[in-house]
Each structure stands twice: as structure tokens, then as C-alpha cells.
Design a protein around this ligand. Structure first.
Ligand code: MG
Length: 297
């Protein structure tokens, strides 16, 4: 790891999932919640006890999730082909269609300070032979990044030029949106993270693109308060500057899907990697979480 980014050692906290993804730090319970997608369950780790339990089962293949300003969890469901809200265990749908056609299988989600919900919609949860949801058709004919306004119910495509958009995160002032594209060379594009300039709720131009080597897909990513990008990259977490200079890496014994900041001071990095949940202490915090906490204050 680069100088000053992390302290201490990588710890394995839980093992026993098939494919772990979609972690979020839940402020109200001080726990980490994540998806074990093929086992169709949601797990939760309590750092106070060191124990992991099943938060919910038979959940229609949830994937990425984020915390809303009111403390509820907004998450993606492959099986329901929607983005939904979990408020203390009561789950309600937010959006499941675009122009009358079903979404593919929403994968990852972030919430902007104006309460709009931005999510990616690749087809991983409906592809033939997938174990991450029931097979299905791609009904609207693309794989977009969408912006959804809960108050009005308006759904707007904001990015349509990526192949399989996956993880996403805003830069600290929400002037830039970073989106991972995990389609890769098999679909005619490099594994990559693309940066888009954001203005007035839209992505108005594509900026720099980071290309990643084969086997090092950036699935999920987060941005810290200094604007650095913390991303999964195959069997590692990598940290990049806003201009995609590599600043450091944490080797992980398994393929990493996603990560989130959490813990009492927000400086623990929780990492979902194939069968396991890992943690390493850092010297920074999530830009988005700090925005939400600022909103609450
Ligand atoms: Mg993902």
C-alpha cells in the first residue's frame, strides 16, 4: 500500500459466501451489510461481537447498496430487476422500468446530495446460466447508468456509452462521476473506469479513462474525502488519484468485488472478496458518507 493510506494488517472477518458483493456500513446498527448473491441472502457483520449473521434470506438476489440521508438502505435487486429501499427490514420498490420496459438487473447504486439515486444496469443477473438471478431478456436494449428522482418518479439515462457499467461513485463535490465498466476485451472494450463531468444532474462529457489489465476488473469503487478512488482490481484493492495515478494497493487473497468505508470513525475499509469479508484500517473516510452525515447535522 502507498505511504499513509492504510495502517495495520488485512483481517479476514468472515468466510462462507459464494460471491460476496454490495457492502454498506449501516450507521444505525454500526454493522456492515452485504450480499451473498448466489446464495440469495444478505449477511451482516457486527464488529462489536465479531459475528456475522444472516440479515435476510430469499431476497431476490440483491447486489450493491448505499445509505440514504435518512439512514435507510437503498439496494439493487437482480431478481426483482429494480432498485429498492430497506427501512428497518421493510423493503419497498423504488424503480423497476424504463419507458415501460423492465430494467436489466441493477448492480450498484449511489445517492447524490439532492437525493437523486444513480445506479448502473448491466445484465449480470439475467444472463443465460447465471447463478445471480433468474435468466431474462434485456428489454430496453441497452445497459445504462440512470438517475432516478424519488419525489417525481422521473428516471433519466445519464450514461449510455459504456458496455457493462458496474460500480460507481461521485468525487467529493459531485463534479465528477466515476463508473467502472466490467465488459472487458471479450466484449470489445478494455476493463476500465471512466470519469464523467457532472452538471445539473447530467453527465455532460466523458473525461479521462483508466484502463485495467485483464483479470483486474474494477467492479465496485468508492471515493474518499481527498478525492482518491478506492477500487476493486482483481485480487487487490487499488487506490488512484483523481487523475488515475496509482497511489497504492492492498493485496487480498481472493478476487475482490466491492468495498466500503465504515466503523465508528468511518476509517475502516470493509472488502467483499468472493467467499469472504475483509477489513483494513485506513487514514481516510468516504466522501459520500461525510456528505450524508453533514446533511443529518
Ligand atoms: Mg458490481
Amino acid at each position: 500500500m502507498g505511504v499513509g493510506l492504510t495502517t495495520g494488517q488485512l483481517e479476514r472477518l468472515f468466510t462462507g459466501s459464494v460471491w460476496a458483493e454490495g457492502p454498506v456500513w449501516v450507521l444505525s446498527s454500526q454493522t456492515v451489510r452485504w450480499s451473498d448473491i448466489p446464495n440469495d441472502r444478505i449477511l451482516e457483520f457486527d464488529p462489536a461481537t465479531g459475528k456475522t449473521g444472516e440479515y435476510a434470506v430469499g431476497v431476490q438476489f440483491t447486489n450493491g447498496r448505499t445509505l440514504d440521508a435518512d439512514g435507510s438502505v437503498v439496494q439493487c435487486s437482480h431478481g426483482r430487476r429494480r432498485v429498492e429501499r430497506d427501512r428497518q427490514g421493510t423493503v419497498t420498490g423504488l424503480v423497476d422500468s424504463f419507458q415501460g420496459r423492465r430494467l436489466n438487473s441493477p448492480n450498484d447504486v449511489v445517492i447524490a446530495r439532492d437525493s437523486s439515486i444513480w445506479f448502473t444496469d448491466p445484465p449480470y443477473g439475467i444472463l443465460p446460466g447465471t447463478k445471480e438471478g433468474p435468466e431474462g431478456e434485456q428489454e430496453y436494449g441497452g445497459c445504462y447508468v440512470f438517475r432516478f428522482e424519488p419525489a417525481s418518479g422521473t428516471l433519466t439515462p445519464v450514461i449510455t456509452d459504456l458496455v457493462y457499467p458496474n460500480g460507481l461513485a461521485f468525487a467529493p463535490e459531485e463534479s465528477v462521476l466515476y463508473v467502472a465498466d466490467t465488459a472487458g476485451p471479450g466484449r470489445g472494450v478494455p476493463l476500465r473506469i471512466a470519469a464523467y463531468d457532472v452538471r445539473d444532474g447530467a453527465c455532460d462529457s466523458r473525461g479521462p479513462v483508466l484502463e485495467l489489465e485483464e483479470g483486474h476488473a474494477a467492479d465496485g469503487l468508492r471515493v474518499d474525502v481527498q478525492g482518491r478512488i478506492w477500487t476493486s482490481a482483481g485480487p487487490a484493492v487499488r487506490v488512484y488519484s483523481p487523475s488515475f495515478e496509482l497511489l497504492g494497493a492492498v493485496a487480498v487473497p481472493e478476487r475482490v468485488s466491492n468495498l466500503c468505508f465504515g466503523g465508528p470513525d468511518g476509517q475502516e475499509l470493509y472488502i467483499t472478496a468472493t467467499t469472504s469479508l475483509y477489513r483494513i484500517r485506513t487514514t481516510t473516510r468516504d466522501a459520500a458518507a461525510s456528505n450524508h452525515q453533514a446533511t443529518n447535522n
